[in-house]
Every structure is written in C-alpha cells, then in structure tokens.
Design a protein around this ligand. Structure first.
Ligand SMILES: [Zn+2]
Length: 134
C-alpha cells in the first residue's frame, strides 16, 4: 500500500549533549511516498515531513528517567542506534490511516459519500411511485 517514491530520503540530524549530559539526536527528514487513495483507488504522491528528538538509553531505568520531551531509543547489541530505521518508523506514523487525495485532486466525485450510497438513490420516494400509477 505504501512505498517510498524518492530514491533518496533526506535526513538532517544533529548529535548533541544536553546540559545534564544526555545524548540528543534531533533533526528532521522528508520523503515522498506513493499511496493509494482510498476514495478513488488511484495512486498519488504525498510529501511527508517528520521531525524527531531522540535520546539513546541503555536500559529501562534510564528510559524511565528520561525527560518526556525526548523520545527514548534503545541501543542495539553493538551499542549503536539505527537512525534510518528510527526515521522510517517516524514516517510510518506520519502516513495517514486512510490515505486520500485532497477533494480537488480526487477522481471520485466530491459529493459521493464514501462506502455508502446517497440516501435519495437508495429507493424511490413512495410519492413518485404513486404518481406513476395514475
Ligand atoms: Zn482519490
């Protein structure tokens, strides 16, 4: 349903140490993804932009002490972080649950109600039926 369209995902990240000695990895990233519109089923491209502020922690205790404005990331067995994987996760979170064109770009008529017929088409009015009998 989703694939990354651009060959290169730009990631700008800064590594820093804050005033209490925590390592902080902050930055932003943008990528264009191809999504399928859930209204008209046509493919469309969406530019996503995410920003992040991570702080690596070595265990759950360190994670519990981490200020809430940092996102805790766990170090892998080599004591490293996989920044690309983390950024990928951020993108997955940024993708809308139900991807859709904006109304003006959508192939589907704007007045159709998704997944349900407009009421007036469901059944003819009883009065119209009576008129035909005359
Ligand atoms: Zn659409």
């Amino acid at each position: 349903m989703c694939q990354t369209r651009s060959e290169q995902v730009q990631v700008n990240a800064t590594f820093d140490v804050d005033e209490v000695g925590l390592i902080v990895i902050s930055g932003s990233s943008s990528a264009t993804v191809a999504l399928t519109c859930q209204r008209c089923t046509e493919e469309f491209e969406l530019e996503l932009e995410v920003s992040f502020t991570f702080s690596p922690v070595k265990d759950v205790e360190a994670e519990a002490e981490l200020p809430s404005y940092y996102d805790a990331i766990e170090l892998d067995e080599n004591g490293e972080v996989n920044l690309l994987e983390l950024v990928e996760d951020e993108f997955l979170l940024a993708i809308p649950l139900i991807p859709r064109h904006s109304i003006k770009d959508c192939q589907s008529p704007a007045d159709s109600v998704w997944g349900k017929l407009p009421e007036e088409l469901e059944k003819p009015s009883p009065f119209d039926v009576l008129k035909k009998l005359k």
